[in-house]
Design a protein around this ligand. Structure first.
Ligand SMILES: *Cc1c(COP(=O)(O)O)cnc(C)c1O
Length: 393
């Protein structure tokens, strides 16, 4: 088996862009080797706690059909998704893994969950009653994760509900196979926030009211808060995909994706002329503007537009930044390449949208959002290349 040239390193990057179909408006390169390495790095960091993987929303937009098998091959045996549909896909792609469904048992769906051999993360008393009734009907205990709320006030049983449940377990406890007691942090991206330790102690207090079961609290940022947040299982998503939200305590991970788009044309814009819809940008002097085949339909947010005097997004050419000028439209962006050092930008060149110069976080911040949203909005028109051991396809 030949090893693939190391993927997103410069020589790999050039080869990859060269191999893109001539008509591809853009390329999204997804390095599955690095993704697996990120998971393994986190697994080592949290051992002896178990490291699951969160693969909801089509593996954060990167393609569950490729990401899930790569994680399973790397040794991951616990995967979290949001919906039953996602769970069925994960089941088929990683038959050996346990698949947890974060949305829990939606009303009327208990039978479908039970038949699919997936584990719902249950968050309310009515949901638990439905799941226990389903178990009763099948004369067997059904697996579940109990989600307790420790201060996020999103999904999860409140402290009062945990007490009610604890009393009720005398009757229905035999029907529930409680795999895990979990909660979710509100402020894990702020390591000094009081809420982190507060939520940890609430989890400890609530789990003591319930039958003994492993516990889980941390997602990507929570892992970096330290071992006292790892409990028995951690649930990273974003960090696996190369997201580094927490600058102060970086996770042992590296970027996984790079995104490039073609320059369709380079034009001279005369002083006083405007660029793009609504004429929001006016050239003060002569400008060279590259027209690039990426727009908001490709996940290049319209919030990255830049009117005169305001900063928006940027693209890069060989490490040189070219600021977006004017409006981002559905299929096109316009970037100012006037006076860039080095070789002139020309028709057919590739503009980096995310890569060695512009990180996922840079792009998220410029768009007034977070890298998570950037990933899950990556469009469908770009050519996707998955880098894995032995080949890229
Ligand atoms: C999405 C999600 C995660 C993963 O979060 P990341 O910040 O992407 O690591 C973990 N747990 C729950 C409950 C989630 O909803």
């Amino acid at each position: 088996m030949t090893q693939h040239p190391t993927d997103l390193r410069p020589q790999g990057r050039a080869a990859l862009l060269k191999a893109a179909p001539a008509d591809a408006p853009g390329v999204i390169a997804i390095d599955l080797l690095q993704l697996a390495a990120n998971w393994q790095g986190l697994r080592e960091l949290v051992a002896p706690a178990q490291c699951a993987a969160v693969v909801k929303a089509d593996a954060y937009g990167l393609g569950a059909n490729r990401v899930i098998p790569a994680l399973a091959t790397a040794g991951c045996t616990a995967m979290f998704v949001a919906t039953l549909g996602e769970a069925l896909q994960a089941r088929a792609l990683a038959p050996g893994a346990t698949v947890f469904v974060l949305d829990g048992v939606v009303p009327g769906a208990a039978a479908a969950y039970a038949e699919s051999n997936v584990v719902p993360v249950v968050s309310s008393l009515p949901e638990i009653e439905e799941w226990a009734a389903e178990a009763e009907a099948r004369s067997k205990a059904l697996p579940c994760v109990l989600h307790v709320d420790t201060g996020l006030n999103r999904l999860g049983l409140s402290a009062a509900e945990v007490e009610v449940l604890a009393a009720r377990l005398n009757q229905i406890g035999g029907r529930l196979d409680i795999k895990l007691v979990m909660s979710h942090l509100a402020c894990a991206d702020e390591p000094d926030h009081d809420k982190n330790a507060a939520q940890r102690s609430v989890l400890n207090r609530l789990r003591a009211l319930l039958p003994a079961a492993p516990a889980s609290l941390a997602a990507s940022d929570g892992i970096m808060l330290g071992p006292e947040f790892h409990f028995d299982l951690v649930r990273p998503g974003y960090a696996l995909y190369g997201g580094q939200a927490l600058k102060t305590r970086p996770a042992p991970i590296k970027p996984v994706i790079e995104v490039y788009s073609r320059v369709l044309q380079v034009r001279d814009v005369a002083p006083g002329e405007t660029v793009g819809y609504s004429a929001t940008y006016r050239a003060e002097g002569p400008r060279r503007v590259a027209i690039i085949a990426a727009g908001y339909a490709d996940g290049y947010f319209r919030h990255l537009s830049a009117a005169s005097g305001a900063t928006g997004g940027a693209v890069a050419f060989g490490g040189r930044l070219a600021p977006v000028v004017g409006r981002v439209s559905m299929d096109l962006i316009t970037a100012d390449v006037t006076g860039l050092d080095g070789p002139a930008v020309e028709r057919g060149h590739w503009a980096e949208l995310i890569g060695p110069t512009i990180t996922l976080e840079d792009m998220g911040a410029a768009a007034g959002t977070i890298g998570y949203e950037v990933l899950t909005r990556l469009g469908r028109r770009f050519h996707r290349v998955y880098l894995e051991r032995g080949r890229s396809a």
